[in-house]
Design a protein around this ligand. Structure first.
Ligand SMILES: [Zn+2]
Length: 246
């Protein structure tokens, strides 16, 4: 076969790296090893024309992975706060997070479909291009499973509170011994107000306010008498610990 036979003299370039494929005798890009079929215009790129769809036959980009990761971490942080599921954090998550999530998921599925269609060509790549960054395929499913697990069970809240619990219990001892409650960071939470019954600090319910749910303060409650009839309790975290909405 003669050099550049079949490829119009219109500056064909490699989809993978942009290297000029003009006057090549080989069917693989000398720069990156990507296979192209000189009789199939979808396997290379012509100057001034949009890149063929095969360009998307690659794992999700670094930015898609980083975006998903950041979104997942923000979701877990939101889920680890003391607040009910119908609160503002959930609303913000639904309004902004879900569309981005669905968009990225469709993007990943679409990429997977293009990869599938491109597999006959990519098998002829000299270097295993389609295997490069293969780990990125796992980012979206893992993030998805993590988010679903956080919806099914309150593990982010339990984990963050569990790590903060010694600090909260030290704060309880301070209140009970009459030293009073101190605002500020307690464990991994920021407490903006501590309230208790000052006439009976040792037997008092102690409220650690960490935020608000629209208008109502929310936070962590220490209840020494374990009064389960209280209506301000959202969720039990331990024998004497609850999340509350005031
Ligand atoms: Zn190339």
């Amino acid at each position: 076969m003669e050099a550049n036979s079949g490829i119009p003299v219109q500056k064909p370039t490699c989809i993978g790296c942009g290297y000029s494929l003009l006057e090549l005798t080989s069917d693989n890009c000398p720069e990156c090893g990507r296979y192209f079929d000189r009789d199939d215009e979808s396997t290379f790129r012509m100057a001034w024309q949009p890149a063929p769809r095969r360009r998307s036959a690659a794992p999700p980009s670094m930015w898609e992975c980083v975006g998903l990761g950041v979104l997942t971490i923000l979701g877990l942080l939101g889920a680890s706060n003391a607040q009910p599921w119908n609160g503002p954090a959930t609303c913000i998550g639904l309004v902004f997070g879900v569309p981005v999530w669905v968009g990225l998921a469709i993007q990943a599925l679409w990429r997977a479909g293009v990869c599938w269609k491109d597999r006959a060509r990519s098998d002829l790549d000299q270097s295993p291009l389609h295997k490069r960054h293969a780990g990125r395929w796992f980012v979206a499913p893992i993030c998805f499973l993590v988010v679903v697990s956080a919806i099914i069970t309150p593990w982010p809240l339990m984990l963050r509170f569990g790590l903060s619990r010694p600090a909260f219990e030290a704060a309880v001892r301070d209140v009970q011994s009459g030293k009073g409650g101190v605002n500020g960071r307690i464990g991994l939470y920021f407490v903006r107000r501590v309230t208790w019954n000052t006439t009976n600090p040792a037997g008092s319910t102690i409220l650690f306010e960490t935020g608000s749910d629209f208008f109502d303060p929310v936070g962590f409650m220490f209840d020494p008498v374990r009064d389960r009839t209280r209506t301000d309790i959202i969720q039990q975290l331990g024998p004497q610990w609850y999340t509350y909405i005031d």
